[in-house]
Ligand binder design. Structure first.
Ligand SMILES: [Zn+2]
Length: 92
């Protein structure tokens, strides 16, 4: 079973609200996010799911499960927390 798709309109509304209310700090790298950048920019603001969609489909629209992140950081993490367990392989 694949991860459920986000309903675009509902998701966009939620993102707009969170972007206006949450501190613009990337929860992955800890650096500030420049809100003047478009969301499509490498360092632009994106909403990241703390518990990935495929692990917590019921929390897709739960604001407490969403943190701001740079697009680049978000994409690098790729929504797969469990892969971080194997990160030491890169160095071994
Ligand atoms: Zn970041």
């Amino acid at each position: 079973m694949s991860a459920p798709e986000l309903k675009t309109a509902e998701w966009k509304n939620l993102c707009r609200r969170l972007k206006a209310t949450l501190a613009p700090v990337c929860h992955i790298c800890g650096a500030e996010i420049d809100l003047s950048l478009p969301g499509t920019a490498k360092w632009g603001w994106t909403a990241d799911h703390v518990q990935p969609r495929h692990l917590a489909p019921h929390r897709i629209y739960d604001p407490s499960n969403i943190r701001p992140a740079h697009r680049d950081c978000n994409e690098k993490r790729g929504g797969h927390y469990e892969q971080n367990v194997n990160i030491s392989r890169k160095w071994g």
